[in-house]
Design a protein around this ligand. Sequence first.
Ligand code: NDP
Ligand code: HSE
Length: 421
Amino acid sequence: MKKVRIGLAGLGTVGSGVMRLIRANSGVIEQKTGLQLEVSAILDLDFSGKEALIPPTCVATTSMEEFEDTEQDITVELIGGTNVARKVIEGALAAGRGVVTANKALLAEQGQELFSLANGQKLRYEAAVAGAIPVVQSLQSSLTQNNIIKIDGILNGTSNYILTRMFEERLSYEEILPEAQRLGYAEADAGFDVDGIDAAHKLALLANLAYSSYVPFASIFVQGIRDIKVIDIEMADRLGYMIKPLGIAKIVDGHIEVRVHPTMIPKSHPLSTIRLENNGVFYDTDYSGEGSLTGKGAGSLPTGSAVVADIIQLGLQNTNPLPFTTEQKYSIAEAQHIQSRFYLRVMTQDRPGVLAKISGILGDHDISLASVMQLESNTEIVPLTMVSHKANEQSMMDALMQVKKIPEISAEEVVLLHIEE
Ligand code: NDP
Ligand code: HSE
């Protein structure tokens, strides 16, 4: 039996999941791996109400110095954010310890420096991408021998939870977000979830592994879900689509296309069945073909489980997976390189000629409409929705700026969604 001493920084939602799993499943872990996991130190701001989670011989401290002075083979960073978390990781790497983190924000934004420090060896982050789904380890091992043609992923549990309930119960975004927060799915700042930032952090990490190229987080096109209303969900439904929060990565004409946006996908698409806080990663490869990995994308126990998976890999000395790449091999595809079908909703005064103005602007930008819908209504302001044929993204952005200037249209309430077939 090999003892592995763990220092846990951050006893919050995920940290408590790690503690619960280690306590409940130490027998099965020992039996399968020969590893005896012992949490020797915990760092947190406040332990009140958390006493039952602390093992009797463990040092529980609010002092970073005291935490760092304890005996640890592996440090687990579950504080979140980019300041204290970075110090914890740097300190652990400098001390030669293995590090496990779920902190996608830190890795996506400062991964170049941190992975250089770790020298690709001892910094593991399965829980940072898609919670319990073993997508990082799959890209680091089982799929390495393939060219990845495309990744489509539902990478944010909170956004998927909100859009699922909007679709199934026709509730508004504002009604559902507090519930996602209560359930422990959302980030400390839920704006990271609903504005697509969290999914973009994860996509930067996934695309790095899939294409062995550094993907600067700031270069990812990001659109969140805040503007989506029940009317958009209903329109998508009528057209045979669902709206899902997708992260997309693929190589097109030598550029890497990396985008996060709510996307209309056909109800027959494999990702349309991924409900609530579940995540799904759908991939296409040259030799293994298409496949998908699905499961819990957020929450205390599922994420804690992914953290413990990494602890075990480090404990077993499996320290040399496919590394994070710090060199940028591919330039990022800009909007002028991207073709997509689009859904457009405007709120307009119900007057003659508005549709002609919009279609004229779209036509001037070489955008052809596949369908137009206006539901009959007695109100003065009505929703007008359009679906385009494939069009250039830059042309659509340019056209949209002009559409917003049409006097009958409310410029603040224009919704543009990508459609993936
Ligand atoms: P929580 O806020 O629930 O937990 C963070 C813990 O760290 C809290 O106990 C907090 O104390 C403590 N903490 C904050 N600042 C300090 C500090 N300076 N020193 C010591 N302890 C500190 O966050 P989560 O557990 O939800 O998330 C942790 C990480 O895991 C984040 O990087 C997140 O992005 C990631 N993650 C989260 C998932 C989820 O489902 N929740 C899923 C996948 C990844 P206090 O509560 O007193 O502030
Ligand atoms: N806030 C994140 C989500 C947690 O909702 O997906 C998991 O990374």
